[in-house]
Design a protein around this ligand. Structure first.
Ligand code: COA
Ligand code: AMP
Length: 635
């Protein structure tokens, strides 16, 4: 007898139109779609073509109309400002409509882009929803990025307006945002017409008039904006993510497929009912924040938490448990690195029993591979199922996981459980054939992708096809390597490109190499990700200096560390660099980054057959030992 999962998964693959057509009835449509799936122009598949809706209406207005107006939509919990604020669905509707009205008065209309550079305050979610209400396309940029990264996104998306706050608060540090934004605009070729600034009491940003306007002033004066109908296939947002170069990829999400898929996940993947409290302890700047702080919980009529704090230090390693107790959180979604940070401070979980965690049913983890130690620690101390699930910025929701609302599978440590309905996941060899179960391959998804996934890259259809749809014809290339076992469990092992994962944040080593190369003394460089007990991985740079450079190496490494911080931002967590005489390469000149990473992490490695000069590996090993990597016994 097949279980419910098997039945649903099979139907989703053999009859995607029937499956997602049914799921779409959970969304309110202004006009129904002409076709559930338009496959006329692969790989540019389109979901719910001809359908008209508004995402913000579905996330806010309809819950008020259905009588949920007094229910909490957002709980803002900010230990760094000692604030707890509840915003009901009615209040959220009023706020969103007024901010949308203010944006409209500033000239923002359907299809215009709006960049949001915001900390974790409810105004960030309100601004996203206000854009969606107008049919404008938001692009949220994570606060930890430097002006240069922000400028790249401004130039690519050409926003009509930018919304920001006067500052972010990182633990005990207050970080003024406006000077960073002003610098980014100065460096951009494109100039926004307006910047809307939410002034926080900690810092007052200076406004450049008439370009800059004050959030409170313009929203107080604004007439609430009505909902603007948009096509299901119109873009809802662009979210830039690391590619293999310094030019980030602008992942484009549509309105219709996104709303249908995310609403579906709330009951089927997360087993959450409308009215329950769902907490994604992430940041609105990341995809998890887009999907599970903002859109999915609200589309579902649940309560979402906007948490402005850190897992430790705000004030201690009990913060997460305090939030769960205080707001009766039913499901927590975070990254393993956050748990490792807590575990490091409170290894025996001594703080946990003093909190009432009886509301918590499940802990969901994603963003990086979950190490079994952390998983066991969480299970032992929280006494709830800990569910690892795998996803990407591009996919918008999880590709594989334990779909608790459908069928609960036994947890296998190291695996993100099974492909969710909608996902036909295969491990492929380089000839595009499936490898044997249990063998490592390129984890790929047979096209079409389900609704809610990327529709293209902003202004870059060719890059979209080349990056994801070319190497494995007929499949979406995830960029992850791994295997699928005999029971259909998916194991994600590593990236196949130069992306590294630092504290659950996705970063490109290629982008860091571009920055290092710009230093006047650097002739050549390589950046790899090395293992880190807290952050999973951290970047490490190797520098080969130009002939004749005789400056102190310590000064040069300090300068390049600062350069990466200035150009990419503190989020790069680039703190390690060493000077070496040469880099190991193949005879054709390709730098052997994979081998260097294995040496650094004291893993066994095979001497690459095509290596040009094996002696360089010993030089690398010696240099790494100088900074505490590449333990000699194993190299
Ligand atoms: N705005 C400005 N700066 C930011 C920032 C933001 N939104 N987020 C991070 N930074 C800064 C940090 O302050 C830090 O600066 P520093 O070098 O001056 O100390 C730097 O960027 C690196 O940040 P991070 O790598 O996050 O390290 P951390 O020591 O501050 O925190 C963790 C470590 C593990 C506690 C933290 O990364 C965490 O909670 N991670 C969870 C990740 C997550 O939610 N991922 C989303 C997927 S679910
Ligand atoms: P991002 O686009 O920032 O969400 O990063 C996506 C990448 O993070 C994936 O391609 C994986 O390499 C990694 N990742 C995310 N979730 C998991 C997981 N549960 N297990 C293993 N790797 C993961």
């Amino acid at each position: 007898m097949t279980g419910r999962y098997e039945e649903l998964h099979t139907r989703s693959i053999s009859d995607p139109e029937g499956f997602w057509g049914d799921a779409a009835s959970e969304i309110d449509w202004i006009k129904p779609w002409d076709s559930v799936l338009d496959s006329s122009n692969p790989p540019f598949y389109r979901w719910f073509k001809g359908g008209v809706l508004n995402t913000a209406y579905n996330a806010v207005d309809r819950h008020v109309e259905a009588g949920r107006g007094d229910q909490a939509a957002i709980i803002y919990d900010s230990p760094v400002t000692q604030t707890v604020q509840t915003i009901t669905y009615s209040e959220l509707l009023d706020l969103t409509a007024r901010v949308a009205g203010a944006l409209r008065a500033l000239g923002v209309a359907k299809g215009d882009r709006v960049i949001l550079y915001m900390p974790m305050i409810p105004q960030a979610v309100v601004a996203m929803l206000a854009c969606a209400r107008l049919g404008a396309v938001h692009s949220v940029v994570f606060g930890g990025f430097a002006p240069h990264e922000l400028a790249t996104r401004i130039n690519d998306s050409k926003p009509k307006a930018i919304i920001t706050a006067s500052c972010g608060i990182e633990g005990s540090k207050v970080l003024p945002y406006k000077p960073l934004l002003d610098a980014a605009i100065d460096h951009s070729d494109h100039k926004p017409d307006h910047v809307v600034v939410f002034q926080r009491p900690q810092v007052t940003a200076s406004l450049v008039e008439p370009r800059d306007v004050d959030w409170e002033t313009v929203t107080a004066a604004a007439a609430p904006a009505e909902v603007v109908p948009v096509e299901a296939t119109d873009p809802l947002y662009i979210l830039y993510t690391s590619g293999t170069t310094g030019q980030p990829k602008g992942v484009v999400r549509d309105n219709g497929g996104h709303a249908v898929a995310l609403k579906w996940t709330m009951s089927n993947m997360y087993d959450i009912k409308p009215g329950e409290v769902f907490w994604a302890a992430s940041d609105v700047g990341w995809v998890v924040g887009h999907s599970y702080i903002c859109y999915a919980p609200l589309l579902h009529g649940a309560t979402t938490i906007v948490f402005e704090g850190k897992p430790v230090g705000t004030p201690d390693a009990g913060t997460f448990w305090r939030v769960i107790q205080q707001h009766k959180v039913a499901a927590l979604f975070t990254a393993p690195t956050a748990l490792r940070a807590i575990k490091r401070e409170d290894p025996d979980g001594k703080l946990i029993p003093s909190y009432d965690l009886s509301s918590l049913r499940t802990l969901f983890l994603a963003g990086e591979r979950s190490d079994p130690d952390t998983l066991h620690w969480a299970e032992d101390h929280l006494k709830v199922p800990v569910v690892d699930h795998w996803w990407q910025t591009e996919t918008g929701w999880c590709i594989s996981g334990n779909p608790l609302g459908i069928e609960r599978f036994k947890i296998k440590y190291g695996s993100a459980t099974k492909a969710l309905p909608g996902w036909d996941v295969r491990a492929l060899d380089i000839s595009n054939n499936e490898v044997k179960r249990g063998d490592i391959g390129a984890i790929s998804v047979k096209l079409p992708l389900p609704p809610g996934t990327l529709t293209t890259l902003w202004n870059a259809d060719a890059r979209f096809v080349k990056s994801y749809m070319t190497d494995y014809p007929g499949y979406y290339q995830t960029g992850d390597a791994g295997f699928i076992d005999d029971d259909g469990y998916v194991y994600i092992m590593a990236r196949t490109d130069d992306i590294i994962n630092v504290a659950g944040h996705r970063l490109s080593t290629g982008a860091m190499e571009e920055v290092l190369s710009s230093h006047k003394d650097v002739a050549e460089c390589a950046v790899i990700g090395v293992a880190d007990q807290l952050k999973g991985q951290v970047p490490l740079g190797f520098l080969v200096l130009k002939n004749g450079v005789d400056r102190d190496h310590a000064v040069i490494t300090k300068e390049v560390v600062q350069l990466v911080r200035d150009e990419i931002g503190p989020v790069a967590a680039f703190k390690l660099a060493i000077v070496v005489d040469r880099l190991p390469k193949t005879r054709s000149g390709k730098i052997l980054r994979g081998t260097m990473q294995k040496i650094a992490d004291s893993e066994t490695y095979k001497l690459p057959a095509t290596i040009d000069d094996p002696a360089i590996l010993s030089e690398i090993s010696e240099a790494l030992q100088g900074i505490g990597y590449a333990k000699p016994s194993m190299a």
